[in-house]
Design a binder for this molecule. Structure first.
Ligand SMILES: C[S@@+](CC[C@H](N)C(=O)[O-])C[C@H]1O[C@@H](n2cnc3c(N)ncnc32)[C@H](O)[C@@H]1O
Length: 238
């Protein structure tokens, strides 16, 4: 297979629009060299020139394997349990008690891990909801969504390395995991606490996002969609 030519500026622009429309990922001008490199790699891997590749991405049925490959190339999956501990402390000490008071009539609370990667954030939410005295007797729903199918697949296995648990206290580790060789298996009840009705999705889709508390792909709002994620009065941890 011959090496793909560098894409032109208009092809890179078409690629940026197609990625926004097909995957809900936004890239600003500073990321154009990165997009050019990904486009060059993907056209080379497909054995096609940029134009037919882009035509298919824009108009074609959108081969799922190509969209999955692009999601993997264009996103950053960095995550671990209790990542940015201060977020979870704020959630435990401020946001969840406040939302519990606001929802005391319904006794229901919805949480969203928007951009959950391999699931650590969503399962951390499940742990702190379970440990939260203000939520005893509440029906909790935790939704996780990610645009990258490979990350979601890892999330559904519930098997994690010690590296993923580096910020997890011994107490929480003992309560919610059991050792399995070199890995740690998540308590199946905790795994079941996170909904997987629509396991792969885009934050851009409104059906995914009406929720009381949302956590976002930390620090990477640039490539999220800017769509509202929470109900009035809800709280967002970034
Ligand atoms: C850096 S990870 C952060 C994971 C987790 N939220 C955390 O803070 O530990 C970002 C994740 O967000 C996902 N993502 C980014 N934009 C998204 C979008 N528009 N819709 C769904 N997932 C998105 C990526 O695929 C990636 O897995």
């Amino acid at each position: 297979m011959s090496a793909a030519l560098d894409p032109s500026a208009s092809e890179i622009e078409r690629f940026r629009s197609a990625v926004r429309r097909r995957l809900g990922l936004n890239f600003d001008d500073g990321k154009l060299p990165f997009l050019a490199e990904v486009l060059r790699r993907r056209t080379e891997a497909s054995g096609r020139a940029s134009v037919p590749y882009l035509n298919d991405l824009e108009e074609g049925p959108g081969r799922r394997d190509e969209l999955a490959a692009l999601a993997g190339e264009l996103t950053v999956g960095e995550t671990y349990f209790f990542r940015h501990l201060e977020q979870f402390r704020a959630l435990t000490e401020i946001a969840l008690p406040a939302r519990a008071r606001a929802r005391s009539n319904q006794r229901q609370l919805r949480m969203l891990s928007a951009g959950c990667a391999s699931g650590e954030e969503a399962y951390t939410l499940a742990m702190i909801a379970r440990e939260q005295p203000a939520l005893v007797g509440y029906q909790i729903s935790i939704r996780a969504v990610d645009v990258n199918p490979a990350a979601i697949k890892r999330a559904t296995t519930g098997s994690y390395s010690t590296w993923a648990l580096r910020e997890t206290s011994d107490e929480m580790r003992a309560r919610y995991f059991r050792p399995d060789g070199r890995q740690f298996l998540l308590d199946p009840e905790l795994r079941a606490a996170v909904e997987d009705r629509i396991p792969v999705g885009r934050v851009a889709e409104p059906a995914e996002i009406a929720d009381a508390v949302a956590l976002l792909a930390s620090g990477r709002l640039g490539y999220m969609t800017g769509h509202p994620l929470i109900v009035d009065g809800g709280m967002t941890a970034l």
